[in-house]
Write a protein that binds this ligand. Structure first.
Ligand code: RNT
Ligand code: ZN
Length: 418
């Protein structure tokens, strides 16, 4: 049976539960996902030849062939990824991915090093987001950057973040679409830290110094990303959830929830409606922590699905920005990207196809068994047919066909990369 026929049948089935599949597809089209640049090259960046992820408490494990070694290769990969994704998405750049024909220190970078990215992205109709890079650098080796006790180290990173905010603002102006600048720092310590207050107070003051300049809020907005622990920073992490929760709410910047940055049994989905009682906007790093903040490729698991429901159910005056954050170096990286973005979209689709009106009626009537039963029934409705119809409308391969395309790319392009 063809995609169209399967879709017609699925539509009828959903209609029995009061769900309009055309409307769900239309809504899904509206969700832009900010695709992280760092899966293509294992978070190495292109600051200098042979750059690699070092320190920072994060790790890309695996050695699958085909890693992008240059900006040209990375762009080639992103372009291929985009051909396999329905919808219009964004690219999330890190400061260490600039174009540096000659070395430029991180406290001296500017929009110049990213003009090529902007041109390239404009050509593809893709908007950019941005991140400062406070790791993989000699001045981060102590484990502390903005929360360091050394004023010279703090000053260096403050200057870097200021430069990055300026780059984000330049992106936003040029692309006519808000650029989010997300700040994550690795600051923390392996073992019992006596002066937690001192480090956190430095972090607070550093952040205020970073944020001193106000840019147009239609060009750029700031987000701050909390974390529970890092490798080698198991005991103390300065930028914890409570720290940034307080910072975001008191300074009017966005909070970023990364799904890997909480205790393993905590639900990030549950945090969304709590936080949005006090703020209008937040950023998500959709990721898959496996036993730790492992940044496995996002799949359609319960955590991703629960989060998607919260995104779809948000109140209309609230904004949730969706970004991805995973880096698996052990599998085909183009396949990793497409799997992760499609899984996130499929989670959103599942939420958009949920019989919400009926569920709410049952809930409000106290019919909790019936609510549970309907939730279970809805899981078995044929959303795959709706997904394939969406892919077809968007001229990208359906679920059954994109893997082959990635295999061809591996054979024709990736295999030639040393
Ligand atoms: C690290 C944070 C952060 C990074 C990227 C590369 O734990 O999740 O978002 O993954 O900046
Ligand atoms: Zn993250």
């Amino acid at each position: 049976m063809g995609i169209h026929q399967r879709y017609e049948l699925a539509s009828e089935q959903y209609a029995e539960y009061g769900v309009d599949t055309d409307a769900a597809i239309e809504a899904l089209r509206g969700y832009a996902i900010s695709i992280h640049c760092w899966q293509a090259d294992d978070v190495a960046g292109f600051e200098r030849p042979g750059a690699a992820l070092s320190g920072g408490g994060i790790q890309a494990t695996g050695n699958y062939p085909g890693r992008a070694r240059t900006i040209a290769e990375a762009r080639q990969d992103y372009e291929r990824v985009l051909t396999l994704l329905p919808g219009t998405h964004r690219l999330n750049l890190h400061a260490s991915y600039g174009e540096f024909p000659a070395p430029v220190e991180r406290d001296a970078i500017g929009p110049e090093q990213f003009a090529g990215w902007l041109d390239w992205a404009r050509g593809l109709g893709v908007a950019l987001d941005f991140n400062c890079t406070c790791f993989s650098h000699p001045k981060a080796e102590s484990g502390f950057t903005l929360a360091s006790k050394d004023p010279a180290i703090r000053q260096f990173w403050i200057e870097h973040v200021k430069r990055c905010r300026e780059i984000a603002a330049a992106f936003g102006e040029a692309q006519g679409s808000l650029c989010i600048h997300n700040l994550w720092i690795p600051d923390g310590a392996k073992d019992i830290t006596v002066d937690r207050f001192g480090h956190r107070h430095h972090l607070l003051e550093s952040l205020d110094a970073c944020m001193a300049i106000n840019f147009s809020l239609s060009a750029m907005k700031d987000a701050v990303e909390s974390k529970l622990f890092g490798i080698g920073a198991e005991w103390f992490t300065a930028g914890s959830h409570e720290f940034y929760l307080g910072y975001a709410l008191s300074r009017g910047v966005m909070l970023c929830f990364d799904m890997g940055h909480f205790h393993p049994t905590e639900s990030v989905a549950d945090k969304v409606s709590a936080y949005l009682q006090f703020a209008d906007e937040l950023l998500l790093h959709v990721s898959r922590p496996v036993r730790w903040d492992s940044d496995h490729v996002v799949i359609l698991d319960d955590a991703t699905r629960d989060l998607a429901f919260e995104i779809v159910r948000r109140r209309h005056d609230k904004t949730i920005h969706i970004a991805l954050d995973f880096f698996d170096a052990s599998i085909n990286r183009i396949g990793a990207y497409v799997t992760g973005v499609r899984a996130t979209q499929q989670a959103l689709l599942q939420a958009l196809l949920s019989p919400e009106r009926l569920l709410l009626e049952l809930e409000e009537a106290g019919r909790n068994f019936e609510r549970l039963a309907l939730l279970e029934t809805a899981k078995a409705l044929p959303r795959g047919a709706v997904w394939d119809a969406f892919c077809e409308q968007e001229n990208v391969p359906p679920a059954s066909a994109w893997v082959q395309d990635v295999q061809h790319y591996e054979r024709d392009v990736l295999a030639g990369r040393g």
